[in-house]
Design a protein around this ligand. Structure first.
Ligand code: ATR
Length: 296
Protein backbone atom coordinates (compact mmCIF):
# COMPACT_ATOMS: atom_id res chain seq x y z
CA UNK A 1 0.00 0.00 0.00
CA UNK A 2 1.14 3.57 -0.72
CA UNK A 3 2.32 5.37 2.43
CA UNK A 4 0.12 8.15 3.82
CA UNK A 5 2.96 10.46 4.80
CA UNK A 6 6.14 11.13 2.90
CA UNK A 7 9.66 11.42 4.28
CA UNK A 8 10.91 11.65 7.00
CA UNK A 9 9.19 8.77 8.81
CA UNK A 10 7.69 9.60 12.19
CA UNK A 11 9.22 7.78 15.10
CA UNK A 12 7.32 5.75 17.69
CA UNK A 13 8.76 3.56 20.44
CA UNK A 14 8.25 1.54 23.56
CA UNK A 15 10.39 2.40 26.56
CA UNK A 16 11.15 0.18 29.53
CA UNK A 17 13.84 -1.35 31.72
CA UNK A 18 14.17 -4.08 30.53
CA UNK A 19 12.47 -3.67 27.16
CA UNK A 20 14.07 -6.47 25.13
CA UNK A 21 11.11 -8.79 25.69
CA UNK A 22 8.48 -6.34 24.36
CA UNK A 23 6.17 -7.66 21.66
CA UNK A 24 4.85 -4.19 20.84
CA UNK A 25 7.26 -3.36 17.96
CA UNK A 26 6.27 -6.49 16.04
CA UNK A 27 2.52 -5.87 16.30
CA UNK A 28 2.70 -2.08 15.85
CA UNK A 29 5.06 -2.16 12.87
CA UNK A 30 2.88 -4.75 11.12
CA UNK A 31 -0.25 -2.64 11.71
CA UNK A 32 1.47 0.63 10.68
CA UNK A 33 2.68 -0.95 7.45
CA UNK A 34 -0.73 -2.48 6.72
CA UNK A 35 -2.42 0.91 7.22
CA UNK A 36 0.18 2.62 5.00
CA UNK A 37 1.68 4.93 7.62
CA UNK A 38 5.29 5.96 7.25
CA UNK A 39 6.12 5.43 10.94
CA UNK A 40 8.81 3.34 12.59
CA UNK A 41 8.31 1.78 16.03
CA UNK A 42 11.39 0.76 18.07
CA UNK A 43 12.38 -0.47 21.51
CA UNK A 44 14.30 2.05 23.61
CA UNK A 45 15.98 0.98 26.81
CA UNK A 46 15.43 3.75 29.36
CA UNK A 47 16.65 3.36 32.95
CA UNK A 48 14.88 5.08 35.87
CA UNK A 49 17.83 7.51 36.11
CA UNK A 50 17.51 8.55 32.47
CA UNK A 51 13.70 8.82 32.33
CA UNK A 52 13.55 12.60 32.83
CA UNK A 53 16.22 13.26 30.21
CA UNK A 54 14.53 10.87 27.81
CA UNK A 55 11.27 12.84 28.14
CA UNK A 56 13.06 16.13 27.50
CA UNK A 57 14.63 14.80 24.31
CA UNK A 58 11.48 13.05 23.07
CA UNK A 59 9.63 16.38 22.76
CA UNK A 60 11.65 17.92 19.94
CA UNK A 61 14.93 17.84 18.03
CA UNK A 62 16.65 14.88 16.44
CA UNK A 63 15.39 12.41 19.06
CA UNK A 64 11.80 13.59 18.77
CA UNK A 65 9.16 10.89 18.98
CA UNK A 66 5.61 11.20 17.63
CA UNK A 67 4.56 9.03 20.54
CA UNK A 68 5.59 6.11 22.70
CA UNK A 69 4.41 3.29 24.91
CA UNK A 70 5.67 2.87 28.44
CA UNK A 71 6.29 -0.46 30.07
CA UNK A 72 7.66 -1.44 33.49
CA UNK A 73 8.98 0.15 35.63
CA UNK A 74 8.11 3.63 34.30
CA UNK A 75 4.31 3.70 34.06
CA UNK A 76 3.89 5.59 37.33
CA UNK A 77 7.19 7.46 37.51
CA UNK A 78 6.77 9.13 34.14
CA UNK A 79 3.74 11.20 35.19
CA UNK A 80 5.71 14.20 36.58
CA UNK A 81 7.59 14.56 33.27
CA UNK A 82 4.47 14.80 31.09
CA UNK A 83 2.76 18.06 30.06
CA UNK A 84 -0.79 16.75 30.34
CA UNK A 85 -2.33 13.58 31.78
CA UNK A 86 -5.75 12.21 30.83
CA UNK A 87 -8.30 11.98 33.67
CA UNK A 88 -8.21 8.16 33.54
CA UNK A 89 -4.39 8.00 33.67
CA UNK A 90 -4.46 10.48 36.54
CA UNK A 91 -7.00 8.41 38.44
CA UNK A 92 -5.08 5.19 37.87
CA UNK A 93 -1.78 6.94 38.62
CA UNK A 94 -0.05 5.48 35.57
CA UNK A 95 0.36 6.07 31.83
CA UNK A 96 1.19 3.49 29.18
CA UNK A 97 0.87 5.72 26.10
CA UNK A 98 2.24 9.15 25.25
CA UNK A 99 1.27 11.31 22.28
CA UNK A 100 3.59 14.13 21.25
CA UNK A 101 1.27 16.98 20.28
CA UNK A 102 3.09 20.11 19.15
CA UNK A 103 6.14 19.24 21.29
CA UNK A 104 4.01 18.58 24.37
CA UNK A 105 3.84 15.09 25.87
CA UNK A 106 0.27 13.97 26.56
CA UNK A 107 -0.16 10.88 28.76
CA UNK A 108 -2.92 8.28 28.44
CA UNK A 109 -3.68 4.89 29.89
CA UNK A 110 -5.07 2.32 27.46
CA UNK A 111 -4.39 -0.78 29.61
CA UNK A 112 -7.77 -1.00 31.35
CA UNK A 113 -9.67 0.13 28.26
CA UNK A 114 -7.75 -2.46 26.24
CA UNK A 115 -8.92 -5.09 28.71
CA UNK A 116 -12.54 -3.93 28.25
CA UNK A 117 -12.15 -4.00 24.45
CA UNK A 118 -10.80 -7.53 24.55
CA UNK A 119 -13.72 -8.66 26.72
CA UNK A 120 -16.08 -7.10 24.17
CA UNK A 121 -14.31 -8.81 21.28
CA UNK A 122 -13.79 -12.25 22.79
CA UNK A 123 -16.65 -12.86 25.22
CA UNK A 124 -20.36 -12.17 25.62
CA UNK A 125 -19.82 -10.35 28.93
CA UNK A 126 -22.49 -7.70 29.57
CA UNK A 127 -21.08 -4.77 31.46
CA UNK A 128 -24.10 -3.28 33.20
CA UNK A 129 -25.83 -4.95 36.15
CA UNK A 130 -23.00 -7.43 36.59
CA UNK A 131 -20.83 -8.56 39.47
CA UNK A 132 -17.09 -8.82 38.99
CA UNK A 133 -14.38 -10.08 41.33
CA UNK A 134 -10.81 -8.95 40.76
CA UNK A 135 -8.09 -10.94 42.51
CA UNK A 136 -5.24 -8.58 43.36
CA UNK A 137 -5.09 -4.87 44.15
CA UNK A 138 -1.89 -3.68 42.44
CA UNK A 139 -1.39 -1.35 39.49
CA UNK A 140 -2.90 -3.77 36.98
CA UNK A 141 -6.03 -4.23 39.12
CA UNK A 142 -6.43 -0.47 39.45
CA UNK A 143 -6.47 0.10 35.66
CA UNK A 144 -8.86 -2.76 35.01
CA UNK A 145 -11.17 -1.77 37.89
CA UNK A 146 -11.45 1.84 36.69
CA UNK A 147 -12.21 0.77 33.11
CA UNK A 148 -14.83 -1.77 34.23
CA UNK A 149 -16.50 0.80 36.48
CA UNK A 150 -16.46 3.31 33.61
CA UNK A 151 -18.36 0.70 31.59
CA UNK A 152 -21.10 0.36 34.18
CA UNK A 153 -20.30 -2.79 36.16
CA UNK A 154 -22.61 -2.63 39.19
CA UNK A 155 -20.63 -4.59 41.79
CA UNK A 156 -16.82 -4.71 41.84
CA UNK A 157 -15.19 -6.89 44.50
CA UNK A 158 -11.48 -6.35 44.97
CA UNK A 159 -9.97 -9.31 46.78
CA UNK A 160 -6.37 -9.12 47.90
CA UNK A 161 -3.90 -10.94 50.14
CA UNK A 162 -3.12 -7.61 51.84
CA UNK A 163 -6.60 -6.35 52.68
CA UNK A 164 -5.42 -2.80 53.41
CA UNK A 165 -4.33 -2.43 49.75
CA UNK A 166 -7.77 -3.53 48.52
CA UNK A 167 -9.34 -0.99 50.88
CA UNK A 168 -7.02 1.78 49.63
CA UNK A 169 -7.93 0.99 46.03
CA UNK A 170 -11.65 1.08 46.83
CA UNK A 171 -11.22 4.41 48.62
CA UNK A 172 -9.41 5.84 45.61
CA UNK A 173 -11.83 4.66 42.91
CA UNK A 174 -15.29 4.64 44.48
CA UNK A 175 -15.85 8.45 44.63
CA UNK A 176 -15.40 8.59 40.84
CA UNK A 177 -17.93 5.90 39.97
CA UNK A 178 -21.10 6.40 42.00
CA UNK A 179 -23.01 3.76 40.01
CA UNK A 180 -20.55 1.00 40.95
CA UNK A 181 -20.49 -0.59 44.39
CA UNK A 182 -16.91 -1.45 45.38
CA UNK A 183 -16.19 -4.04 48.08
CA UNK A 184 -12.69 -4.83 49.39
CA UNK A 185 -12.25 -8.45 50.45
CA UNK A 186 -9.58 -10.68 52.00
CA UNK A 187 -8.59 -13.86 50.12
CA UNK A 188 -9.55 -17.42 51.00
CA UNK A 189 -12.41 -16.53 53.36
CA UNK A 190 -16.12 -17.26 53.13
CA UNK A 191 -16.92 -13.72 51.93
CA UNK A 192 -14.43 -14.12 49.09
CA UNK A 193 -15.97 -17.45 48.10
CA UNK A 194 -19.44 -15.93 48.24
CA UNK A 195 -18.31 -13.09 45.95
CA UNK A 196 -16.88 -15.64 43.48
CA UNK A 197 -20.17 -17.54 43.44
CA UNK A 198 -22.08 -14.34 42.63
CA UNK A 199 -19.72 -13.04 39.92
CA UNK A 200 -20.18 -13.13 36.16
CA UNK A 201 -16.50 -12.32 35.65
CA UNK A 202 -13.52 -13.34 37.80
CA UNK A 203 -10.19 -11.79 36.84
CA UNK A 204 -6.77 -12.70 38.16
CA UNK A 205 -4.72 -9.50 38.12
CA UNK A 206 -1.90 -10.86 40.31
CA UNK A 207 1.48 -11.88 39.04
CA UNK A 208 0.95 -15.42 40.36
CA UNK A 209 0.22 -16.77 36.87
CA UNK A 210 3.78 -16.01 35.80
CA UNK A 211 4.89 -18.99 37.86
CA UNK A 212 3.40 -22.33 36.83
CA UNK A 213 1.13 -23.93 39.43
CA UNK A 214 1.53 -21.10 41.96
CA UNK A 215 -2.16 -20.24 41.69
CA UNK A 216 -3.21 -23.66 42.96
CA UNK A 217 -0.66 -23.45 45.76
CA UNK A 218 -1.92 -20.06 46.88
CA UNK A 219 -5.61 -20.85 46.41
CA UNK A 220 -5.94 -24.46 47.57
CA UNK A 221 -9.65 -24.01 48.41
CA UNK A 222 -10.70 -22.07 45.32
CA UNK A 223 -14.39 -23.03 45.04
CA UNK A 224 -14.39 -24.09 41.38
CA UNK A 225 -17.39 -26.40 41.81
CA UNK A 226 -19.58 -23.58 43.08
CA UNK A 227 -18.86 -21.01 40.38
CA UNK A 228 -21.80 -20.39 38.04
CA UNK A 229 -21.42 -22.19 34.71
CA UNK A 230 -21.38 -19.03 32.56
CA UNK A 231 -18.91 -17.07 34.71
CA UNK A 232 -15.97 -15.88 32.61
CA UNK A 233 -12.57 -16.71 34.11
CA UNK A 234 -9.99 -14.19 32.98
CA UNK A 235 -6.26 -13.73 33.47
CA UNK A 236 -4.14 -10.68 32.62
CA UNK A 237 -0.99 -12.77 32.13
CA UNK A 238 -0.35 -13.84 28.51
CA UNK A 239 2.81 -15.94 28.95
CA UNK A 240 1.94 -18.72 29.29
CA UNK A 241 -1.25 -18.31 27.27
CA UNK A 242 -2.93 -21.02 29.33
CA UNK A 243 -2.07 -20.08 32.88
CA UNK A 244 -2.67 -22.53 35.73
CA UNK A 245 -5.74 -20.43 36.66
CA UNK A 246 -7.19 -20.71 33.15
CA UNK A 247 -6.34 -24.41 32.91
CA UNK A 248 -8.22 -25.10 36.13
CA UNK A 249 -11.20 -23.10 34.83
CA UNK A 250 -11.17 -25.07 31.59
CA UNK A 251 -11.09 -28.33 33.52
CA UNK A 252 -14.25 -27.14 35.26
CA UNK A 253 -15.82 -26.30 31.89
CA UNK A 254 -15.96 -22.58 32.56
CA UNK A 255 -15.48 -20.04 29.73
CA UNK A 256 -12.00 -18.50 29.74
CA UNK A 257 -10.54 -15.17 28.63
CA UNK A 258 -6.71 -15.17 28.25
CA UNK A 259 -4.47 -12.13 28.73
CA UNK A 260 -3.31 -11.73 25.14
CA UNK A 261 -6.39 -9.70 24.19
CA UNK A 262 -5.51 -6.98 26.70
CA UNK A 263 -1.99 -6.63 25.27
CA UNK A 264 -3.45 -6.49 21.77
CA UNK A 265 -6.16 -3.93 22.47
CA UNK A 266 -4.08 -1.62 24.65
CA UNK A 267 -1.77 -1.46 21.62
CA UNK A 268 -4.67 -0.93 19.20
CA UNK A 269 -5.96 1.98 21.30
CA UNK A 270 -2.47 3.49 21.42
CA UNK A 271 -2.23 3.15 17.62
CA UNK A 272 -5.52 5.02 17.36
CA UNK A 273 -4.24 7.82 19.61
CA UNK A 274 -1.15 8.26 17.42
CA UNK A 275 -2.72 7.92 13.99
CA UNK A 276 -6.41 8.72 14.45
CA UNK A 277 -7.23 5.38 12.89
CA UNK A 278 -8.11 1.96 14.37
CA UNK A 279 -5.60 -0.69 13.26
CA UNK A 280 -6.12 -4.14 11.77
CA UNK A 281 -6.43 -6.02 15.07
CA UNK A 282 -6.65 -9.43 13.38
CA UNK A 283 -3.23 -8.85 11.87
CA UNK A 284 -1.84 -7.65 15.22
CA UNK A 285 -3.21 -10.76 16.94
CA UNK A 286 -1.67 -13.00 14.29
CA UNK A 287 1.72 -11.35 14.78
CA UNK A 288 1.51 -11.66 18.58
CA UNK A 289 0.49 -15.30 18.45
CA UNK A 290 3.32 -16.12 16.05
CA UNK A 291 5.85 -14.37 18.30
CA UNK A 292 4.58 -16.17 21.38
CA UNK A 293 4.65 -19.55 19.62
CA UNK A 294 8.31 -18.90 18.80
CA UNK A 295 9.06 -18.01 22.43
CA UNK A 296 7.42 -21.12 23.92
P1 ATR B 1 1.03 -5.04 39.14
O1 ATR B 1 1.36 -3.62 38.91
O2 ATR B 1 1.44 -5.97 38.05
O3 ATR B 1 -0.41 -5.23 39.52
P2 ATR B 1 1.87 -5.13 41.89
O4 ATR B 1 1.40 -3.72 42.03
O5 ATR B 1 3.17 -5.52 42.48
O6 ATR B 1 1.95 -5.53 40.34
O7 ATR B 1 0.71 -6.09 42.46
C1 ATR B 1 0.84 -7.45 42.52
C2 ATR B 1 -0.46 -8.07 43.05
O8 ATR B 1 -0.29 -9.49 43.11
C3 ATR B 1 -0.84 -7.61 44.46
O9 ATR B 1 -2.24 -7.56 44.59
C4 ATR B 1 -0.25 -8.76 45.32
O10 ATR B 1 -0.86 -8.91 46.58
P3 ATR B 1 -0.33 -8.07 47.86
O11 ATR B 1 -0.88 -6.68 47.71
O12 ATR B 1 -0.85 -8.78 49.04
O13 ATR B 1 1.19 -8.09 47.78
C5 ATR B 1 -0.58 -9.93 44.42
N1 ATR B 1 0.24 -11.10 44.77
C6 ATR B 1 1.55 -11.29 44.50
N2 ATR B 1 1.96 -12.48 45.00
C7 ATR B 1 0.87 -13.05 45.61
C8 ATR B 1 0.63 -14.28 46.31
N3 ATR B 1 1.61 -15.19 46.48
N4 ATR B 1 -0.61 -14.52 46.78
C9 ATR B 1 -1.60 -13.63 46.60
N5 ATR B 1 -1.45 -12.45 45.94
C10 ATR B 1 -0.24 -12.17 45.45
Amino acid sequence: MKTKHSFPPQKLAVIGDPVKHSLSPAMQNAALKRAGFNYTYKKIHVTPQSLENFCLKARQGKNKLAGFNITLPHKENILPYLDWISPLAKLVGAANTVVNHQDKLLGFNTDGLGYVESLKEETDFKFSATHVTLIGAGGAACGVAAALAQHGVSQLNIANRTLSKAKDLVKRLSPHFPKTRFTPLPLNREKFHQALRQSQLITNTTSLSLKPESFALNFPDFPWQKIAKKTIISDLVYTPKMTAFLKAAKNHRLPIHPGLGMLLHQGALAFQLWTGQYPDVDLMREVLEKKLRKKS
